[in-house]
Design a protein around this ligand. Structure first.
Ligand SMILES: [Fe+2]
Ligand SMILES: [Fe+2]
Length: 342
């Protein structure tokens, strides 16, 4: 890159990022999904090169590929939501893209993993599970190389209730708690298993009839009883998918257990509830409280965390205090300061 080009590119970094040949290959070849910009060295400016959805013939595709290979093609950071939807199909590209900022990568993970969760809950079978698993392992690889990256994901919580949204939110909060409270040298393998378990803690819910699961009103007693079967249904599904490890049992079976024995399905108490089961219980309750439902408004993060921290007979106080302190401290002032990238 020439000196002038690199100094201009530095200035433009806030507004544009360069796209790599791998990323270009992930776009539909004939119609790029978003505006493409070209760096014109002669005038030292970035200009619109191809409009979104403009049809490209073979010659135009070849020219574009050559320009991308030379590092001359850019996309606008303001188009990131469109870009995120495309790259979400090939999540491994995120790890090799040097042009994305941490929060943009977090957005791609959010879109991708929520989509994979939705597909799996619709069709909870091995082949669909494998796709979810592959993408989850991209996330753990990304987090394993710098565990502070979880913070950018915490900023992307959905806050609107649906089973995939709730599963994503709970897993991210659960992972944040695990990375904060767990051993510093948590092995990658353990991180992988814990992440998978947290994302799938409610997978039994996909076996509950949709009219109960998505009911826009509070549940009746009978319906509640059915819903309360979901940890057991989840455990059966884990068996079917050959997921036989402690972390999955802890998350699936224990996230509704409470320290005082008031939970379900086994009314477990204190020492019977594992550390991951306790983390998952806090993450699950917190994410349910901060999500908007048709019949209930979302609580603020601070209110939800404070309420949980007050329930010391049910939830592990070490975990709820950690969550509350982080939210009340500056570290987590994300809700107000940074909305979704738009
Ligand atoms: Fe649950
Ligand atoms: Fe849950």
């Amino acid at each position: 890159m020439s000196a002038i080009k690199s100094s201009i590119a530095d200035n433009l970094d806030e507004e544009f990022y360069q796209i790599s040949p791998d990323i270009l290959a992930s776009f539909p070849r004939f119609r790029p999904p978003l505006n493409l910009f070209i760096f014109k060295e002669s005038v030292a400016q970035i200009q619109l090169y191809k409009k979104a959805q403009e049809r490209l013939d073979q010659a135009a595709q070849d020219e574009l590929a050559a320009l991308v290979a030379e590092g001359n093609i850019f996309v606008a950071r303001s188009d990131h939501p469109i870009y995120a939807k495309h790259i979400a199909k090939q999540l491994d590209l995120v790890l090799v893209d040097k042009n994305l900022k941490e929060r943009e990568i977090a957005e791609v993970f959010t879109v991708a993993l929520t989509e994979r969760l939705g597909e799996f809950f619709e069709q909870p079978v091995q082949v669909v599970f494998d796709l979810l698993y592959r993408d989850l392992m991209v996330l753990t690889e990304y987090l394993d190389s710098d565990r502070a990256r979880i913070k950018a994901l915490v900023r992307r919580l959905h806050r609107e209730h649906s089973l995939p949204n709730h599963s994503f939110d709970s897993a991210i909060i659960g992972l944040w708690l695990l990375l904060r409270l767990g051993p510093k040298d948590l092995p990658r393998k353990t991180l992988d298993k814990a992440a998978l378990a947290l994302f799938l803690h409610d997978m039994g819910m996909c076996k509950i009839p949709a009219f109960i699961r998505d009911k826009p009103k509070p549940l009746t007693g009978d319906e509640r009883q059915k819903v309360n079967q979901h940890p057991l249904l989840g455990a059966a599904l884990a068996q079917k998918l050959n997921l036989r490890f402690d972390e999955i049992t802890a998350a699936v079976m224990q996230h509704h257990e409470r320290l005082d024995g008031s939970g379900y399905p086994q009314r477990s108490r204190e020492a019977d509830i594992t550390p991951l089961g306790r983390i998952c219980a806090v993450a699950d309750s917190f994410c349910a409280m901060i999500a908007k439902r048709p019949f209930a408004e979302a609580k603020s993060l601070a209110d939800a965390a404070s309420e949980l921290a007050g329930l010391t007979s049910r939830y592990d106080a070490k975990i709820t205090t950690q969550l509350k302190n982080a939210i009340l401290s500056e570290e987590w002032q994300f809700a107000a300061e940074e909305g979704p990238i738009a």
